[in-house]
Design a binder for this molecule. Structure first.
Ligand code: ADP
Ligand code: MG
Length: 367
């Protein structure tokens, strides 16, 4: 494809063995990852896990020590950034503050030698796409944070790149605007259809926006899956801890019975004997059983606990409880009248019920 070609379908990305070290630190450690054509893929991980490094390898600003990156059939590891047909949005906008909105957006077209008239048309179209029609003559410093991020987005998509890369683009915005922009970005992706790789450290953002999520830690992909797979069936303790809130109970398996201490457990799937396992407990999957409330059905595991603290959070409440062995377990419930009217007091002994179908056992070994 020549540099001035502006149309083309979405492209899959194939990453093999991508490795990058800085001294003793492996920012990327043998990463294999396939991003499907037109997919919204999120790289999710804590600070320092290698997300930006991987995105920079895709953009062409970082050369991996070894490994292969293909856009479609084409190997691009040695291709310079401006020849990769990739649009980029960064956290800090990276706009030219002294130039107008239109001049910022038109910049990639200018680099690509697009004619004046086409430049004007495409710039207007891109501004319309990000809901900034009519803002072309404004200066960047006259815009709010959310508007600046929209300009950055317009600049990234104005040349219709086949791949869009975004590095924590919403993290400078306040919560409400961020949540609104998450939905907007996802809609825009669906409309334009380019392959998108999105970086965030915010698990809720990743769950909200993505077709699939690659959970990254120490430069390695810990798990790749849909939001539901990642949340419901985390592959290891790191993923279970990083996505959502959980507590873990140690579980042993002997003679076909899974046990927590001397309590036998009803589990959805019986694991192999001999493994050291953890039962994952999510606060919203536990049911509160008090003397007044109905008993849990026979398919539930029950854990006796003492109520230590209650936190009111508007739409829901969080109850901190302690098992006899000292393990702290939290339970979340909605603040509906029927649930709130039967809430126990601090110090009360209650039962936490976990249905068989909600049991998730994960390996206790660190990945
Ligand atoms: P993330 O974006 O997930 O926060 P990064 O990809 O920025 O993580 O960094 C991954 C690791 O590589 C970190 O330990 C970071 O300190 C290191 N690193 C990244 N870029 C450089 C660099 N240019 N020089 C030295 N170390 C770097
Ligand atoms: Mg980063």
């Amino acid at each position: 494809m020549s540099e001035t070609t502006l149309t083309g379908g979405a492209l899959p990305i194939t990453i093999r063995d991508a490795t990058k070290s800085y001294g003793a630190v492996f920012a990327l450690d043998n990463v294999d990852l396939d991003v499907r054509s037109g997919e919204f893929m999120t790289l999710l991980g804590p600070s320092g896990s290698g997300k930006t490094t991987l995105l920079m390898v895709l953009a062409g600003f970082t050369r991996p020590d070894y490994g292969s990156v293909k856009f479609g059939e084409r190997e691009i590891v040695r291709t310079p950034p401006h020849k990769r047909d990739v649009g980029m949005v960064f956290q800090n906008y990276a706009l030219f503050p002294h130039m107008s909105v239109a001049a910022n957006v038109a910049f990639p077209l200018k680099l690509r030698g697009v004619s004046k008239q086409e430049m004007v048309e495409r710039t207007e179209q891109a501004l319309e796409t990000v809901q900034l029609a009519g803002y072309g003559e404004r200066r960047i410093d006259q815009l709010s944070g959310g508007q600046r991020q929209r300009v950055a987005l317009a600049r990234a998509i104005v040349f219709e790149p086949r791949i869009l890369l975004m590095d924590e683009p919403l993290s400078a915005l306040d919560k409400k605007l961020r949540e609104q922009m998450q939905i907007e970005l996802r809609r825009l992706h669906d409309k334009l259809g380019m392959t998108t790789v999105y970086v965030t450290h915010d698990q809720r953002e990743a769950l909200t926006m993505s077709d699939r999520i690659a959970v990254i830690n120490h430069g390695r992909v810990m798990q790749l899956g849909t939001p539901e797979e990642i949340y419901e069936r985390p592959a290891n303790r790191f993923v279970a801890d990083f996505i959502g809130e959980s507590t873990f109970l140690p579980v042993t398996v002997q003679q076909g019975v899974a046990r927590f201490g001397d309590q036998s457990l009803k589990v959805a799937q019986m694991p192999e004997a001999g493994e050291d396992l953890l039962l994952m407990l999510r606060p919203e999957r536990l049911q509160l059983i008090t003397n007044d409330s109905e008993a849990a059905d026979g398919e539930a595991n029950r854990f006796e606990a003492r109520v230590r603290e209650m936190v009111y959070q508007g739409d829901s409440f969080l109850m901190y409880t302690v098992l006899e062995n000292g393990t702290e377990i939290s339970l979340r419930g909605m603040t509906r009248r029927d649930t709130v009217s039967t809430l126990p007091a601090i110090g009360d002994v209650i039962q936490l019920a976990l249905h068989r179908d909600d049991t998730v056992l994960i390996s206790a070994e660190e990945p």
